[in-house]
Design a protein. Structure first.
Lengths: 316, 275
């Protein structure tokens, strides 16, 4: 194996379960992404679409949908981005749009593609807001992720592990002036520390990785918990949602249809495999294949998702 | 076993230090890597079995695992014995793990050695070796190469707290209908985080203290089926499939002991009660 130049996102975010970091070898590119482009999905809500790839030096780990919300008095960021430079570019983009102070940075969960840009906002002295379980998750994985990311992006390029200064155990609020954002800390779902944001003024739900569209979901929490989180999010009075991966905006709740189907197939077929006494390795090779072709990066994540689901279901 | 781990400590430290070692290894030529792996196995043979000769058992001893692991902390391994050699026990060695001897199974009179399955952590690209010991004290081996890395030092999964809550919960599934005197396959599931002492809490800079399963004893109506000496390489929430031969209806008893000397035991009716 040659020098590990690429840390795939699945390896980064699933490293908690112990996936190989230096899996693929690829040519390291010096090219970094240019200026960050955002789209206004609703008045004052600007989202950058992440690329549907795994982290690489070429994409600077700019692979998640990230963005910011502008109110009358202040700006809230969610999420800050996948690397220090991703965060810096997001900050530069904010300054093209507004000079209002950046008072809040929401860290939607522990995965590196969403939060390693936080260091770019330390100069603004914002509140860094996270799920009550985020500090523990960062304690376990933060440095591990940072080193893995550095091995892909280059020394000093990952960014620091930024610990939240305000924790949400259940619900919380952010006041941007004429705009109140409602925060919800979810039970274990996509990860064990998912935080979603709802902006009632524009009926927009920022779901982060509780919502995957087009890019295959990755399970690092609890399958049945994720389904429950989606059920609860569908009761939110949003007309659109911003997924953590995929298009910058989808109709809500119909935009969850594909994810619902995927999780349902995963649960149903994994249960059937366990019931038949199938080994985990056989299940990995057979569960959910009807979903192949419906998702980008399916083959890169499916085996791990089945493994996670299997571990959960076999104890039922 | 303590001695072996002490011998290999430098390897453990290097591996837990991170990815750089893999990258360094990567520069080596395939031939040299292969030679290093052969040397490694020679050292391990000596450490584990002294001067005893190990014959090639690959004609009847099987070891299977995915060539490339999807999850290095949960690599399914299957050990099979074909034919009717009288087998006393089977060792599973993960050459490049910090504690290379992942497990030593010893079969009792009610045990059936023909099929074992377990899940292990794999810390680096490595050979896995199965070494079977016959009742007349001969050793036979078979090998399998696995590409996986980081399974030992990877941080704990999202459900760690849940795992601690449920520690010691044991389930047994019988995978075949009961027939007196015929082999039954049982799947044993144990809730245990199996902390191997290599997961660091990055805030405190302390390693989560090791706390892992040391031994598992399975008996049938009081007669031994299987004894396992295990080590830090067993996955969290271990799942082990094994065969046993029930002469009549009875009880399968499982006793688990961990490094804290906590014991967890449970008995299961065979055949399983209806419903």
């Amino acid at each position: 194996m040659s020098h590990p130049a690429l840390m795939s996102r699945r390896e980064a975010l699933l490293a908690g379960a112990g996936v190989l970091w230096s899996l693929a070898a690829t040519t390291r590119s010096r090219a970094e992404p240019g200026a960050l482009v955002t789209e206004a999905v609703a008045p004052g809500i600007h989202i950058r679409r992440g690329v549907d790839e795994d982290a690489s030096a070429a994409n600077g780990d700019a692979i998640a949908n990230i963005g910011f919300i502008v109110g009358r008095n202040a700006v809230a960021v969610m999420d800050p981005g996948g690397s220090l430079s991703d965060g810096q570019r997001l900050r530069a983009r904010i300054r093209e749009v507004t000079q209002l102070p950046i008072r809040f940075v929401v860290l939607s969960h522990v995965h590196p593609d969403h939060i390693f840009g936080a260091g770019a906002f330390e100069q603004d002295r914002p509140e860094f807001i996270g799920h009550a379980r985020l500090p523990n998750a960062l304690a376990q994985r933060g440095e591990y992720y940072r080193r893995g990311l550095e091995s892909v992006l280059g020394k000093g390029k990952a960014g620091p592990v930024v610990v939240p200064t305000r924790l949400i155990a259940d619900r919380g609020q952010i006041d941007l002036g004429d705009r109140i954002l409602l925060l919800t800390a979810h039970p274990v779902a996509h990860s064990d520390c998912d935080l979603s944001v709802f902006d009632p003024s524009s009926a927009t739900l920022l779901a982060a990785d509780l919502l995957f569209v087009e890019r295959v979901p990755s399970l690092d929490g609890r399958l049945k918990g994720w389904q429950a989180a989606l059920t609860s999010l569908k009761t939110v009075a949003a007309s659109r949602a911003v997924p953590g991966h995929g298009p910058v905006s989808v109709d809500w709740p119909s935009g969850a249809r594909d994810l619902d189907r995927y999780l349902d197939v995963l649960l149903r077929e994994t249960r059937a495999a366990v019931k038949r006494g199938m080994e985990i390795s056989a299940a990995v090779a057979s569960v959910g294949l009807s979903e192949r072709g419906k998702w980008k990066l399916f083959d890169d994540y499916q085996g791990h998702n089945v493994t996670q689901a299997f571990k959960e279901v076999e104890w039922e | 076993m303590g001695i072996i781990r002490a011998l290999l400590m430098p390897v453990a430290l290097a591996l837990s230090a991170g990815w750089t070692l893999n990258a360094a290894h990567a520069a080596d030529s395939p031939d040299r890597e292969e030679a290093e792996r052969a040397d490694r196995w020679k050292e391990l043979q000596h450490a584990l079995f002294g001067d005893r000769q190990i014959q090639d058992g690959s004609a009847w001893l099987g070891i299977d695992a995915p060539a490339r692991a999807l999850d290095a902390a949960l690599v399914p391994v299957s050990l099979t014995v074909r034919g009717d050699k009288a087998i006393k026990g089977i060792y599973l060695v993960i050459d490049n793990n910090p504690g290379p001897l992942a497990g030593h199974f010893v079969f009792g009179p009610q045990g059936d050695p023909h099929s074992l399955k377990l899940r292990v952590r794999v810390n680096a690209y490595t050979y896995l070796h199965a070494v079977a010991e016959t009742r007349d004290n001969q050793l036979f081996s078979a090998a399998r190469f696995v590409k996986a890395a980081g399974g030992c030092s990877a941080p704990a999964g999202a459900d760690e707290q849940q795992a601690l809550q449920d520690i010691g919960h044991i389930k047994v599934r019988l995978m075949k209908p009961f027939a007196p005197g015929k082999t039954m396959e049982a799947q044993l599931m144990i809730r245990h985080p199996n902390f191997n002492g290599m997961q660091m809490n990055q805030t405190t800079r302390l390693y989560t203290p090791a706390m892992f399963i040391r031994t598992i004893d399975v008996s049938y109506n009081g007669a031994p089926v299987m004894h396992l000496d295990s080590d830090i390489s067993l996955s969290s929430d271990p799942v082990i499939s094994f065969g046993f031969i029930p002469p009549q209806k009875g009880q399968l008893k499982v006793l688990v002991r961990d490094t804290k000397d906590s014991t967890f035991g449970q008995s299961f009716d065979v055949p399983a009660p209806a419903g």
